[in-house]
Design a binder for this molecule. Structure first.
Ligand SMILES: Nc1nc2c(ncn2[C@@H]2O[C@H](COP(=O)(O)OP(=O)(O)OP(=O)(O)O)[C@@H](O)[C@H]2O)c(=O)[nH]1
Ligand SMILES: [Mg+2]
Length: 195
C-alpha cells in the first residue's frame, strides 16, 4: 500500500517533530533536538479504509536547495503548516510557506491545514485564536489550535487533512474545499480509528 505523504512545515522550534511524534506514538518529546530530516509512519482507519500515513518532517530554510525542496513537495499529498501561538515571527512566516507550496505545486488549491501549536502555553500567547482563524479563512484552509503536549486537536488535524486529500482535486463549482475553522470539523473524529 502506498503511504499518503504529508509534509509538516513551519519555522524552527514551533513543534513539528513533537506534533508528529505525539500523533504517531502518543508521546510528548520535551527536549528540543533540531534535526535535518525525520519521517514518521502510522496506520489509520478512516471511513472503513485502512491508510498508511508517512509524515515528512524536513528542515527548510531560505537557503535550502530548491531542487530538493521541489522533489519533496512534488510527492507530498497534503501539507500541515505550523506556527506557534507564542511566536509572532513563526506566524508572520505562514504566508511565505503557503506561497512556496503554491509555487511548487503550481496551484493555489491544494490540501493544506494551518495549525497554531502550543496552545497549552496560554500565558505566553502572542497570537490570538481569531488571528489564526482569520488568516486561515483568507487562504481557504481548515484551522486548528493544537498542543503536542496535551494532544489537543492532533488527531482532528490529521483526519481533516486526510479527508481534504481524499476530496482532492476540489470541485470548485460546488465549493467543496473546506474554508472553515475547527468548529465545523467537530465530527472529524467519527469513523476514525487510531492505533
Ligand atoms: N508546551 C509545549 N511545548 C511544545 C509543544 N510542541 C513542541 N514543544 C516544545 O518545543 C520545542 C521544539 O519542538 P520541536 O518539535 O523539536 O520543533 P520543530 O518544529 O521540529 O523544530 P526544528 O526541528 O528546529 O524545525 C521542544 O522543546 C518541544 O518539547 C507544545 O504543543 N506545547
Ligand atoms: Mg524538528
Amino acid at each position: 500500500m502506498n503511504p499518503i505523504k504529508i509534509s509538516i512545515i513551519g519555522n524552527g522550534g514551533v513543534g513539528k517533530k513533537a506534533f508528529s511524534f505525539q500523533f504517531c506514538y502518543s508521546y510528548f518529546i520535551e527536549e528540543y533536538d533540531p534535526v535535518m530530516e525525520d519521517s514518521f509512519r502510522k496506520q489509520v482507519v478512516i471511513d472503513d479504509e485502512i491508510l498508511i500515513i508517512e509524515i515528512l518532517d524536513y528542515y527548510y530554510d531560505d537557503e535550502w536547495n530548491n531542487r530538493i525542496k521541489q522533489r519533496i513537495y512534488e510527492k507530498t499529498d497534503g501539507f500541515i503548516v505550523v506556527y506557534s501561538i507564542n511566536d509572532k515571527y513563526s506566524f508572520n512566516k505562514l504566508e511565505n510557506y503557503l506561497k512556496e507550496i503554491y509555487k511548487f505545486k503550481k496551484t493555489d488549491d491544494f490540501p493544506i491545514i494551518i495549525i497554531g501549536n502550543k496552545n497549552d502555553l496560554e500565558d505566553q500567547r502572542v497570537i490570538t485564536k481569531e488571528e489564526g482563524e482569520e488568516f486561515a479563512i483568507k487562504y481557504f484552509c481548515p484551522f486548528f489550535e493544537t498542543s503536542a503536549k496535551t494532544r489537543n486537536n492532533i488527531d482532528e488535524t490529521f483526519f481533516t487533512l486526510l479527508r481534504e486529500i481524499r476530496k482532492y482535486p476540489f470541485d470548485l463549482d460546488s465549493n467543496s474545499k473546506s474554508n472553515s475553522n475547527s468548529n465545523s470539523n467537530s465530527n472529524s473524529k467519527s469513523n476514525c480509528l487510531i492505533f
